[in-house]
Design a protein around this ligand. Structure first.
Ligand code: NAD
Length: 498
């Protein structure tokens, strides 16, 4: 590990450097914002939120559309920065960029439909009162993000929170802070009037300061251990949290699956972005009678795929610490009798890891239970799809999943204990802005994306508006004595014969 990487991890002093994981080059030097500075940012955001709220749905939509324009026109600059700071190949940064724009556009377009005041079902007892429901912005949203998709992932919270009429204070990962700063700078091009979208930089302490700074909601994306700390910190001020945490996503391959495409999807789903994908495929369960064919297709697909090189398809591991975790998972599995059919111990060559495919891995090995977050794929033979479902669900996580199969693919998808599942594809659910994204169990709770995701950054407001007064008012001490009797009769007619 280089000196700069060391410094990036310890966070001593008032500034820190972000370094390229591929070259060690310093990408940016940024401030470590302390508690007082974070608090000031949130105070500024509160005023900005009011201004942003008063712009209305049309005004905000116009600004957010303009933002997608800036992000598109300055795309090459942004992709270059993502690629330098995170290490991922440019094409992976491009996919991330494209997806982020789709989501931003959808959120801007749909905010009015989701939040606007609407009349809801009336009540027999209150026929003279009109019930109205609307969703209002919460105010200031704190967003704490990871480094693996430094644009797409935080934008899933930031974009929806802004579209819902909130101001945002974003604390990007210490491994990709420059991307975060770039995003807020670009936003100022379309919203110069007020600090509607600000960035604070630093380490865990800066994130914890954001939790305590009086934000109205804290949206966190990162690991489960940090998620626990965030929730505990937010509990001090009863700040509501949205937690998007890690996963141990499984792919199931049934006997009637298209084996060649299942194998290609398993390889890409596990190794793209160097396996550093929260919804990456981390386990495969293959039904017995197609197991050999699947393993052979997977081996073929993986041949010649390596990390690094002149035009890499797999970049370096972004976080030096992750190399050790991947190495430990692979070594433990091999020491306990697993076999590597692609790659092996030597595939971990810092800062790169070539794809590793393991078979005969004990179900209780760490690589089967804990998030590996590297290009490693254990493949397990199962009797049938039911056993595959049962084994896939035997995890404390529950983020995404994939099923390959024709007849029972959809049925299995519904039975998997996960927030999202793709059938005959991998990761596809992330590409639909209208689909909610989030997990169960250790993968967190709450949703980003879609209507559910937008509503996370709103609060329901219920209004009951009396349209006319009646002489017989049930909710009054002046009610006539016959009224409760009539109401009781009506109740009997409606519910009494059930
Ligand atoms: P991490 O938990 O180490 O850090 C995430 C963020 O939390 C960083 O900005 C960090 O500075 C901040 N932080 C650390 N300690 C903190 C504290 N005590 N209080 C407040 N903030 C604190 O995660 P990471 O390594 O950056 O990201 C990888 C993880 O993120 C993986 O587990 C991955 O699965 C997960 N992830 C989940 C999703 C999802 O949508 N569910 C998406 C991407 C990544």
């Amino acid at each position: 590990m280089s000196m700069t990487q060391d410094r990036a991890r310890t966070g001593e002093g008032k500034s820190f450097e972000s370094v390229s994981p591929a070259t060690g080059e310093v990408v940016a030097t940024l401030p470590v914002h302390d508690e007082a500075e974070v608090r000031e940012a949130v105070q500024r955001a509160r005023k900005a939120a009011q201004w942003w709220g008063e712009l209305g749905f049309d005004g905000r939509r116009e600004r957010l559309r303009a933002y997608t324009g800036v992000l598109t026109r300055r795309r090459e600059e942004l992709l270059d920065l993502i690629s330098r700071e995170n290490g991922k190949p440019r094409v992976d940064a491009f996919i991330e960029h494209l997806l982020a724009l789709e989501h931003l556009d959808w959120a801007a377009k749909n905010a009015r439909r989701i939040m606007r005041p609407r009349k809801v079902a009336g009540s027999m007892l209150l026929a003279n009162v009109k019930p109205i429901l609307e969703y209002q912005p919460v105010g200031v949203v704190g967003v704490i993000g990871p480094w693996n998709y430094p644009l797409f992932t935080p934008m899933g919270s930031i974009g929806y929170a802004l579209a819902a009429g909130n101001a945002v204070v974003f604390k990007p990962s210490e491994f990709t802070p420059a991307v975060g700063v770039w995003l807020a700078d670009a936003f100022r091009e379309v919203v110069p009037e007020q600090p509607v979208f600000q960035v604070v930089t630093g380490f865990g302490e800066t994130g914890a300061a954001l939790c305590r700074a009086g934000v109205d909601k804290l949206a966190f994306t990162g690991s489960a251990p940090t998620g626990r700390k965030i929730m505990a910190t937010c509990a001090e001020t009863l700040t509501p949290v949205l937690l998007e945490l890690g996963g141990k996503d499984a792919m199931l391959v049934d006997s009637d699956a298209d084996i060649k495409s299942a194998a290609a999807a398993a390889l890409w789903g596990s190794s793209s972005n160097a396996g550093q994908t929260c919804i990456g495929i981390e386990r495969v369960y293959v039904v017995d009678n197609v197991y050999d064919e699947f393993v052979s297709e997977l081996t073929k697909a993986a041949s010649g795929i390596t990390a690094g090189g002149d035009s890499p398809v797999i970049g370096p591991m972004t976080m030096p610490k992750q190399l050790d975790i991947v190495r430990e998972h692979v070594e433990e599995a091999l020491d306990r009798g697993a076999r590597a059919i692609v790659g092996g111990r030597d595939s971990v060559r810092a800062p790169y890891i070539d794809p590793i495919i393991l078979v005969d891995v004990p179900e209780d090995a760490r690589v089967m239970r804990e998030e590996t977050f590297g290009p490693v794929l254990p493949v397990t033979r199962v009797r049938d799809l039911d056993e595959a479902i049962e084994k896939a669900n035997r995890t404390s996580y529950g983020l995404g999943a994939a099923v390959f199969g024709k007849r029972r693919g959809y049925d299995a998808a519904r039975k998997l204990r996960s927030g999202m599942t793709s059938v005959n594809s991998v990761l596809a659910f992330a590409g639909f802005p209208a689909l909610p994204f989030g997990g169960v169990g250790e993968s967190g709770f709450g949703r980003i994306h879609g209507e559910d995701g937008l509503k996370e950054f709103t609060r329901a407001k219920a209004i009951a508006k009396q349209r006319f007064s009646t002489p017989a008012e049930m909710m009054s001490f002046d009610r006539p004595s016959w009224l409760p009797k009539v109401a009781a009769k009506l109740g009997d007619l409606r519910y009494g014969r059930r």
